[in-house]
Design a binder for this molecule. Structure first.
Ligand SMILES: [Zn+2]
Length: 87
């Protein structure tokens, strides 16, 4: 066991010189804007004569307000193209 000469924290034996936290600090890492997106799922109530009609109304009617919704598990994504244009 050894200690980081800079911050005196305990280091793993395989680490050489200063600890990883001090290395990250010293590298003065840049900050990037990353565009992220995710999906939410909710339910809207539609009056119609059939399910098909109700589905058509939902697809075409721009005035339907967003319902209460919840995060779709696993849908969190980074958009590479948009992120490139942001940096
Ligand atoms: Zn350190």
């Amino acid at each position: 066991m050894s200690h980081c000469p800079k911050c005196k924290s305990i280091m793993d034996d395989f680490e050489i010189g200063i600890c990883n936290a001090c290395k990250r600090e010293r590298r003065k890492q840049k900050e990037f804007n990353i565009a992220v997106s995710w999906e939410e799922c909710g339910i809207v109530k539609i009056k119609a004569d059939s399910l098909e009609e109700a589905l058509q109304i939902v697809e075409e009617d721009q005035s339907i307000r967003l319902p209460e919704s919840s995060y779709v598990d696993g849908s969190f994504r980074a958009d590479y193209e948009v992120s490139e244009s942001l940096n």
